[in-house]
Design a protein around this ligand. Sequence first.
Ligand SMILES: Cc1ncc(COP(=O)(O)OP(=O)(O)O)c(N)n1
Ligand code: TZP
Ligand code: MG
Length: 527
Amino acid sequence: GPFFFCKSSSSRHRTRTFVAMQGDGASATTKNNSDLKIPHVLTVAGSDSGAGAGIQADLKACAARGVYCSTVITAVTAQNTVGVQGVNIMPEDFVAAQLNSVLSDMQVDVVKTGMLPSTDIIKVLHQSLREFPVRALVIDPVMVSTSGDVLAGPSIVSGFRDNLLPMADIITPNIKEASALLDGMQLATVSDMYSAAKLLHCFGPRNVLVKGGDLPDSSDAVDIFFDGENFHELRSARVKTRNTHGTGCSLASCIAAELAKGSPMLSAIKVAKRFIETALDYSKDIVIGNGPQGPFDHLLRLKSTSRSCRPEAFNPSDLFLYAVTDPRMNKKWGHSITDVVKAAIEGGATIVQLREKDADTGSFLEAAQACIEICHHHRVPLLINDRIDVALACDADGVHIGQSDMPVRVARALLGPEKIIGVSCKTPEHAHQAWVDGADYIGCGGVYPTNTKENNLTVGLDGLKTVCLASKLPVVAIGGIGISNASDVMKIGVPNLKGVAVVSALFDRECVLTETKKLCAVLTEAI
Ligand SMILES: Cc1ncc(COP(=O)(O)OP(=O)(O)O)c(N)n1
Ligand SMILES: Cc1ncsc1CCOP(=O)(O)O
Ligand SMILES: [Mg+2]
């Protein structure tokens, strides 16, 4: 078709634009209802030549989260691990043209903004969002790069406050940006962050996340989330590394990606935070550039690491047939821990938990190290009951902790974002707290009376259902479950009940393999 030349109208920039049009403008593809809609984020940000932040980071973060990302470039920076050496701001009419090209043609779910270097650009974005409304708007008010270079002038603040904050579903300022948006308010403590979040909420965003990574001398990184009613403190282990360039904007693009996939806001933030922590932890020793602040690797999942024999991150369907060991039963039947674990896995166990209530630490660790080999050979996760130290020492896949064991938040800080944490819950309140604290699943019971765990309150099928309905996390049922009642348990009709955890049904038996196969058949029949 014909090619059109058009020059940028702005006198400051001689930008030649080639616009190719299809013949009569007819759409090049025909839609049919079987087309697959992929979650879609449009990022409106600056290009970072070092590719640690900006447009490049947004593309990588979205790719890592399995979401399509289109891009409107607001500026091109000459930037590296030392800082920002130059900024070339796009004329606002060309930003408008890019916005129109994407928003008029593609089904964008979420718009995420990064560097918006001029009030004119902010205004054209505001206009485009009114013309092409999207499901969610994530504003990362990039004004000062983490290397301290100012990426936007002071007039930008009113541009953000008047044109974008009222439309935002969430804004994610760091300490410096929150201060800039609040006319220089001092933020030196966590309580200042609470006040800033509340004040920023008055400008109209539905949610505010004040990121505390740069808070002076804070032990672990804490972010303050405010939704207009409730505050949440989101703590995360601080990864000691120079490779933190781009973490802020990548967090925002991960949040945008999770929202595009349909997550509610707080879940989106928690998942995004855990992903960034994982990527930072994975990248902590990577060396790119000679400056004080390197980029991190968003695409760690594409790499095969020494952990390739380790099962992937937690998959709720692993809870299907959950074998929990018991040393007294092994002793009674003359079974070794490795024999019963092998037999359970061969019989269909999808996850194993070593529950050695009274073992001394040495023999517990020995058993755990032996079982890790077996479990990882079969790509089955191995969790340790209660003992975080043993889990760390044998690099288990995670832990299961009860209400009176180590708090989940502490366990998460010790184990990091990749490990699986399960929590015993008897009530909806327990389930909610487990979710807030960042657990991966909950164990609910005892469903039926059991002799395996002394003075254990029985919650029954009703109690189990109540907890499942309240839980945002996947649930495994436990307590007195076996081949006679496993089907009843699985048929209570709640989607997040993913399986049953059993002790005596497998291990207080002469043949663990036979019993596990029978239970596996009953469960398979029931789902
Ligand atoms: C999957 C699963 N759910 C619950 C428990 C119970 O844990 P336990 O440590 O035996 O007892 P509490 O500490 O929860 O009181 C479990 N082990 N596994
Ligand atoms: C560990 C635990 N948590 C609640 S009940 C229970 C014991 C389950 O053992 P069994 O499967 O033999 O009833
Ligand atoms: Mg316990």
